[in-house]
Write a protein that binds this ligand. Structure first.
Ligand code: C2O
Ligand code: CU
Ligand code: CU
Length: 459
């Protein structure tokens, strides 16, 4: 049982200035929850923020009432019920009514069975039309699910296991977070609307809430559990030593836990909301020198993510087993009972620009997909620009990219897939676990707020 209070707080993120934040428990990122597979937990969230909130456990196999549906809001004290209408970036008067919404006042219990593969999950706000600014202001935290099988593999652990939440932010001169849509006056400035439409980028890269941190390490193997918690920024990560050597990034896991066998990368693309579980070996890097984690897609300071300083020689009894797991679901094309097509494209909504799935902006009152518990389906996703597509409840496998085999980093069980410009990606999954109303959406958080989300009803 956990209790988390959502409240305003300030933190010194940039030296010498305080940044006002919206937080879980006063901290950004929020407290990391560690749980064991199959041991249910309840998290009581208490909303002391000035706005309604709702929490989603991203990657969780969660019954629908606790999945954080975007209209299942926890209203702060004094917030009138009548003002729950949605007036987000879709424009004032968007005003959709969701007859199924379950409102609570001040607190809500979220129950997670955690009957799922061990993995790095994360929790974040999911309020309809306002998810992007809420995450930007600090409403995100990690949740690690473990089990005995994974613990016994001999992977780097303890101090040598590092969860890394990477998120870019922009700051005003007074230290406050700069977000274009917070100030309606700003949105009328040329370019701001366009920047918002594409997804908001920051010029400061934070890792676990700190700008460009330098972390001291042993000359040994480390397990980096990387989450891209950025609203819209994509990364292609590489690890470069001071003498210009590229270190191997040995991927052992994906969004939904361990791969069958490790996959070695030199360059690791990571889209918003994706997670990669990676082993890096600092042995052989001279003590006193550094290994920098760089983003090949960035420029100037956004090329840098963080650095590791090799502080000392050390013994290392960790290992990377050749077989990491044997329980990955394998669905064949012939298992699928249906194939669905979805386009992810820009379009008009409520009289303005938005982002649409199959030509429609999100409407909580419309069921977009109805499927039966246990059905295996193939989904073909087609993009105009880059869209990281996320399914709630289920993990999936990537079958193909534009008719070609998946890329090396598509291995394993995923819950978010990076759909690249003009690409068509096939995924396969089985809708099992729980019946009820779930979501799929683009995890460019601004795209999500501007309509790129749809309902899945599992019956
Ligand atoms: Cu990370 Cu629907 O969310
Ligand atoms: Cu999710
Ligand atoms: Cu998108």
């Amino acid at each position: 049982r956990y209790e988390i209070t959502q409240r305003e707080a300030t933190a010194e993120i940039l030296p010498g200035v305080r940044t006002p934040l919206w937080t879980y428990e006063g901290a950004f990122p929020g407290p990391t929850i560690e749980s064991r597979r199959g041991r249910p937990i309840t998290v009581t969230h208490r909303n002391e923020l000035p706005v309604p909130t709702v929490v989603h456990l991203h990657g969780g196999r969660t019954p629908a009432p606790s999945d954080g549906y975007p209209t299942d809001l926890v209203l702060p004290e004094g917030w009138p019920d009548a003002h729950v209408t949605h007036t987000g970036p879709g424009g004032p008067g968007h005003g959709m009514h969701d007859p199924q919404a379950v409102l609570t006042r001040l607190t809500r219990d979220y129950t997670f069975p955690l009957d799922q593969r061990p993995a790095l999950l994360w929790y974040h706000d999911h309020r309809m039309d306002f998810t992007a600014p809420a995450i930007w202001r600090g409403l995100a935290g990690l949740h690690i699910v473990r089990d005995d099988a994974e613990d016994s593999l001999g992977l780097p652990a303890g101090r040598r296991e590092l969860p890394l939440m990477i998120a870019d932010r922009a700051f005003a001169a007074d230290g406050s977070l700069d977000y274009p849509a917070l100030d309606p006056a700003l949105r009328r400035r040329p370019g701001v609307r366009e920047a918002y439409l594409a997804g908001v980028l920051g010029d400061v890269i934070l890792v676990n809430g700190a700008p460009w941190p330098v972390h001291e390490v042993d000359a040994a193997r480390y397990r980096l559990r990387i989450l891209n918690a950025s609203n819209a920024r994509h990364y292609e990560l590489e690890a470069v030593s001071d003498d210009g050597r590229l270190l191997d990034l040995v991927q052992i896991g994906a969004d939904q836990g361990l791969l069958t066998a490790p996959v070695t990368h030199r360059l690791l693309p990571i889209a918003p909301a994706e997670r990669y579980d990676v082993i890096i070996d600092f042995k052989g890097v001279p003590v006193g020198s550094r290994v920098r984690l760089l983003n090949r897609l960035g420029s100037g300071r956004t090329r840098e993510v963080m650095a590791f300083r090799i502080a000392r020689r050390a013994s290392d009894d960790s290992r990377i087993p050749r077989t990491l797991s044997t329980d990955l679901p394998i669905w064949r094309r012939s298992d699928a009972v249906r194939v669905r097509d979805f386009s992810f494209r820009a379009g008009q909504m409520h009289g303005g620009h938005g982002w649409l799935i199959g030509g429609e902006p999100f409407d909580p009152a419309r069921t977009d997909v109805t499927t039966h518990l246990g059905d295996v389906e193939i989904w073909r996703l087609v993009a105009d620009v880059h869209h990281p597509i996320h399914l709630h409840l289920v993990g999936f496998r990537v079958l193909s990219r534009s008719g070609r085999p998946p890329l090396p980093h598509d291995a394993g069980l995923k819950d978010t897939v990076s759909l690249r410009p003009a690409e068509s990606v096939e995924i396969i999954t089985r809708f099992d676990g729980y019946r009820g109303r779930y979501l799929f959406h683009c995890h460019n958080a601004e795209h999500e707020d501007m309509g790129m989300m749809a309902n899945i009803e599992i019956i």
